[in-house]
Design a protein around this ligand. Structure first.
Ligand code: NAP
Length: 295
């Protein structure tokens, strides 16, 4: 039987709609959630991401503050901007677009963000809170994956989950979230022995590897749910195409459900960024958090 396609585009539109409703309610109380995005340098992919974030922020009725700085911006100047944004009551979420130019220390700058405004969830305090099962800001991409999994399965308790990839921004927080939902979690990486056999044990298989179409159908347990986080640009038939870390055709022939690329995890990432910003605004003002939009 053909796998169910988990449509991230439609799901993300629904989440953005929920966010817009919450924003409208907050604005009636005289509160407008605000997101500040800081971009240093001219990295083309980052410029596209920042432009999309601005458009999505405005679309749901939030305030968008964009700070575009030259590539040679000093660490001191960037730290001063982060401090000013931390102190600004109109700003509820702060995102420093990564990667930063190599002369800047990303960890130092991310950890300079007020954890309550760290809508990317990368601050060491939020990492610790997530790891200990406490209320935190959850990284947007894994949060989007979790929301889609919960929507598809209801309870995830007792399911066997394999996350391929152990990065701080995707693999590790994804594993923590699945553990928090009572999955039995395995984290695989480049040194994992017999990756195919490990993957075949998964009821939920999350691929966050950064290698085009590496996860093939023979690595998927029949009926499993496959979440493809990968975004890879490859030349195919003379055209640039986006593909995931999963070989879609062979995996979809075996899986029970699968996210496509594009149109799967990608759209959920920005939707979750907006959701995190609303949550941050509510927390900052002692208001109830929006139901279902945060972990
Ligand atoms: P990353 O930091 O490069 O991490 C990749 C992980 O994959 C590492 O842990 C690495 O293992 C592991 N890996 C590499 N080759 C492997 C192999 N042959 N077998 C098993 N594991 C292997 O990447 P990332 O930032 O987590 O991103 C992963 C993917 O998600 C990329 O395609 C990225 O573009 C995409 N992404 C998408 C979104 C979105 O919004 N949809 C957001 C973020 C990232 P080691 O640790 O052992 O090296």
């Amino acid at each position: 039987m053909a796998a169910t396609v988990i449509d991230g585009k439609t799901f993300a539109a629904r989440v953005r709609g929920q966010v817009a409703t919450h924003v409208a309610g907050l604005r009636e109380q005289g509160l407008q959630p605000g997101l500040a995005v800081v971009l240093v340098g001219m990295d083309p992919a980052s410029q596209v991401y920042v432009k999309n974030k601005h458009a999505s922020t405005v679309e749901v009725g939030m305030a968008s503050f964009e700070h575009r700085l030259p590539a040679d911006t000093s660490e001191a100047d960037l730290l001063a901007l982060v401090a000013a944004l931390n102190a600004d009551p109109k700003v509820h979420g702060i995102l420093v677009q990564l990667p930063l130019p190599s002369h800047l220390n990303s960890e130092l700058l991310i950890n300079a963000i007020d954890p309550a405004k760290d809508v990317d969830g990368f601050h060491i305090s939020n990492v610790g809170l997530l790891g200990t099962g406490q209320k935190s800001m959850v990284p947007c991409t894994p949060l989007g994956c979790l929301m889609m999994l919960r929507d598809h399965h209801g309870s995830l308790a007792g399911m066997s989950a394999v996350v391929v990839g152990r990065s701080n921004i995707v693999g590790k927080p994804m594993a923590q979230l699945l553990l928090g939902d009572s999955c039995t979690v395995t984290v695989a990486h480049s040194r994992t022995r017999d990756l195919a056999a490990v993957c075949r044990g998964a009821d939920i298989l999350v691929a966050a590897v950064g290698r085009p179409e590496m996860i093939t159908g023979n690595m998927v347990k029949p009926g499993a749910t496959v979440i493809d986080v990968g975004i890879n640009r490859v030349m195919r038939d003379g055209k640039m195409r986006l593909v995931g870390d999963v070989d879609y055709a062979s995996a979809a022939a075996v899986a029970g459900a699968i996210t496509p690329v594009p149109g799967g995890v990608g759209p959920m990432t920005i939707a979750c960024l907006l959701a995190n910003t609303v949550t941050a605004c509510c927390r900052a003002n002692g208001l109830a958090e929006p139901e279902g939009l945060t972990s």
